[in-house]
Design a protein around this ligand. Sequence first.
Ligand code: HEM
Length: 421
Amino acid sequence: ITKIRMKKKLDKGTELPPGSMGWPYIGETLQLYSQDPNVFFASKQKRYGEIFKTHVLGCPCIMLSSPEAARFVLVTQAHLFKPTYPKSKEHLIGPSALFFHQGDYHIRLRKLVQGSLSLDSIRNLVADISSTAASTLDSWDGGHVLNTFQEMKKFSFEVGILAIFGNLEAQYREELKRNYRIVDKGYNSFPTSLPGTPYRKAVLARKRLSKILGDIICERKEKRLLEKDLFGCLLNSENEKGELLTDDQIADNIIGVFFAAQDTTASAMTWIAKYLHDNQKALEAVKAEQNAIRKLNDESNQPLSWSQTRNMPFTIKVVLESLRMASIISFTFREAVADVEYKGYLIPKGWKVIPLFRNIHHNPEYFIDPQNFDPTRFEVAPKPNTFMPFGSGHHACPGNELAKLEMLIMIHHLLTKFRCC
Ligand code: HEM
């Protein structure tokens, strides 16, 4: 609190945004965790407006709930706000993963990741993603109860492997899967090095992942393959001094992509299943669209094609509306690298800055009747900067087209194979 008062004095003419810093040390963490976070943020926004301060999880924070403020932090003044993650998470993923960085290293890595996930690259994955979706669904036969999210996680991990390595030997695939699962389990657990704890197990599994990836790197280098998949791009990239990426940098970025790709896409697909189940009219419209494609392909004995995935006008609206409703990444974190002024308010250096995507997606000013699942609202493009399921600016999601493609393919197979009851 003393620090905050000093800041106020230092920066004459600018003041901290309105809001409450709660109790000493714990701030408003208890309020945040004792109620629905949607209600916590929405009630603050109602009371204080588009920018307000709070103190949660041991950090003073500035929350931003307008498209304009989010754009300020993520796009126009992005150099003043660096990405920030807890050290324990950085340790598990690997400190060289692109999303922890800003500047030249981030730009270099981002180009590689974006290039290998561009429309031109992912169009070649349709056949493989399609057969992965079909075999995932085949594994559901047998009349037992399944956990949709866990099943979708298996599918999105397989798609991640395809996008990163192309076709990877089964033995490597299994080893990666087994160890990544342990990392995933420990990711949100209490970070302690005590033996036997989920976090400690995750750290050990992460070490084994580095070793497995090291072996795959050696093998590819020996074969001198110049593949265009993400792994090939990372292996062959040289900076302006002709330097290659180190094995650790490659491994951290591969784990980083698995991490960014798996739960996000799996939760989006889980929500799509739920929204379609609850909205019969939308379900019937998607089924009609997908069955027409299936019929055409069965008659001509053709598999699902790239151009068909680009021409699913109603299904893609269901995907977009599900992304808006569920707002899987509800907000993101940045940290101010200097004192910054926004509309006369001070954002102090070192404070966390949090654009609230979910609040924007659920604001009736931008999306009429926001709690209503209505894919037809996407017949008209949303107002600029109001729809950010994949973020915005320098760190916006490079996997967004792949994510949409795998969702469309999964919906195609799911709705043409199963019926809803
Ligand atoms: C529905 C699925 C997905 C959602 C909702 C999603 C959402 C996001 C968001 C909001 C960000 C920006 C985070 C920030 O600004 O702090 C992001 C970044 C990122 N996403 Fe995704 N994502 C999805 C799928 C994927 C997939 C399939 C991949 C890769 C195959 C991927 C790779 C990445 C990477 C590497 C970044 C970091 C980019 C950077 O820092 O420059 N994502 N994602």
